[in-house]
Design a protein around this ligand. Sequence first.
Ligand SMILES: [Zn+2]
Length: 380
Amino acid sequence: MHPVLKDAHERREEMVSLLETLVNMDSPSTDPEKTTAISHFVGEWCRDTGAEVEYISRPNVGDHVRATWYPEGVQSLDDGLLLLCHLDTVWPVGEVAERPFKVEGDVATGPAVFDMKTGAVQALVAVKMMVESGSMPDRPITLLCNTDEENGSLTSRPIIEDLAKRSSHVLVLEPSVPPGALKTFRKGVGRFDVTTRGRASHSGADHAAGISAIDEMARQILYLHSLTDYDTGTTVNVGVVEGGSRSNVVADRCTARVDLRVSSIEEGDRIVPKILGLTPELEGATVEVTGGLNRPPMERTEGIVKAFEKARGLGQELGLEIEEAGTGGGSDGNFTAALGVPTLDGLGAVGAGGHAIDEWASVQGMIERTALLVRLLQEL
Ligand SMILES: [Zn+2]
């Protein structure tokens, strides 16, 4: 067995116990106190392994944490390697009490075990392995853990972009494409809020005087959904609709939340104006749209392909078969790839079920991917 893989296997208990600690900390994006707690736990863990640690506070979200391990005599981030993890989850406080961390055989379960607390463990332990064996690369390694990724990384995006620009590669510890492929392509993601307004009236006494904002919204929804085109990879999903007050009142207001996915920047340029330019169909009604493309597509560039080939080769040395795949889901890798920085995503958990109650991660996968990450950090 390759010595790095052997080292990783010997750390099985350490990894499982660290994963248990992280999974059993509720950390929804919407709870700054909880996400600050987990990011400080991770930050102090990094400090203990010799990192320089900085907590970055932004309004209404938990602290983000940046940890950098510098080689001796180096104090610049330039040409370093950037690891990205998010510590926030889609699960509310109380989810851990409902279904705490558990391991049965090879299968670990618990809130956010797949997306992406296993990936965080891999990043932390990979660096620790290199520190302890004196095999850190001759360049800085930075780990950035944010706490608002599941909400679109609105406050951490500039921090991530700034760090990425100074890095040679970005490695994203988001989960793999089940069962274990790395992500070399991601769709771009847009988010929009649509509000229609009409005029309220009594639905019995004065129906004709009303203008139904719900009727108007229904027409807008049919148009928005008609923009979906599987051949080009474009999807538009109206995921939330709210409107009206009671059944006997013609609704004067309706809102919808819309998700857009596109495969290329050109397709984004074509579709986004259509959504922002919605016009009312009913006389007297109005439509207002805010939003835009939140994450640009991560296109499969030459730099990304090269980094993937490196990972595949290093995987072979470890006896691991590493495949590549694309996904409709966005991540912070979309931001860094759009800057032209070679980005390898999906290096985290092997398993399935992200954002779902049946999510799981393979313990063996976590061990093997930690070894792969060590080799990537040493050889990229
Ligand atoms: Zn994620």
